[in-house]
Design a protein around this ligand. Structure first.
Ligand SMILES: Cc1cc2nc3c(=O)[nH]c(=O)nc-3n(C[C@H](O)[C@H](O)[C@H](O)COP(=O)(O)O)c2cc1C
Length: 211
């Protein structure tokens, strides 16, 4: 079985300065849009930033938000943890391209039940747990990551910086009714040949066959 295109992808956190051609970026976004989506709603929007200064400023916005959130915490261990995660929230800062993935509205059965006033919010929310709207975004982003890897580019799925979502959107001036920043990925040529391959749980631990 040739699943090399799956095993080739790894999270890449350091990039060379080499630019990515606009045509390649467009092709990757097209690959993302060929992901399946509930009711074919395609409730995604991609914002591509190639301006180095803007990418660096977005990293600074994330740093400031991280520092602000630390001031709300009282527990020293939690503060240390949040501060310690900052490098993982800003791995895109020196990448040649940053792709922001926005999630738009997706009407679920929970919304329908709530709208009809059939049940309480607490009860209805259970029907929203599978969150198909966000599953659509995840499917698209994974397509993008796999397509990029197959073309020799590095990416890193990131949700860490989304705590600064509002500030980032305000800074870049992106505003689409009902759309919120769900994730992002840097894109570029990996800086080193050496990749880290975090271990996986054995398949037996995460698989149940029922016959
Ligand atoms: C939903 C999600 C959020 C993630 N957020 C971050 C992040 O903010 N920063 C980061 O460096 N990596 C992030 N990652 C990457 C994971 O750390 C990585 O996928 C995992 O360790 C497995 O490594 P691999 O991608 O190289 O296979 C995220 C991955 C996912 C799926």
């Amino acid at each position: 079985m040739d699943l090399e295109f799956i095993y080739k992808r790894h999270s890449v956190r350091q990039f060379t300065e080499e630019q990515v051609p606009e045509q390649t970026i467009k092709e990757l976004i097209k690959a993302a849009t060929y992901a399946p989506s509930g009711k074919n709603q395609q409730n995604w929007h991609f914002v591509v930033i190639t301006n180095k200064k803007k990418i660096a400023e977005i990293a600074r916005i994330v740093e400031r938000k991280n520092a602000e959130l630390c001031t709300y915490l009282c527990d020293e261990t939690k503060i240390k943890g949040l501060k310690g995660s900052l490098p993982y929230q800003t791995v895109f800062k020196a990448a040649p391209v940053l792709i922001l993935v926005y999630a738009g509205p997706y009407y679920t059965i929970a919304d329908m039940l709530l709208a009809d006033g059939i049940m309480s919010r607490e009860e209805a929310i259970k029907y929203a747990n599978p969150n198909p709207g966000i599953q659509n975004i995840a499917a698209a982003l994974e397509n993008l990551l796999l397509a990029a890897a197959s073309l020799g580019y590095g990416t890193c799925w990131m949700t860490g910086p989304t705590h600064a979502a509002e500030d980032i959107s305000a800074y870049i001036g992106f505003n689409k009714e009902g759309y919120q920043l769900a994730a992002m990925t840097p894109l570029g040529i990996p800086a080193a040949d050496k990749v880290s391959v975090p271990p996986r749980k054995p398949v037996e631990d995460v698989l149940t066959f029922i016959s």
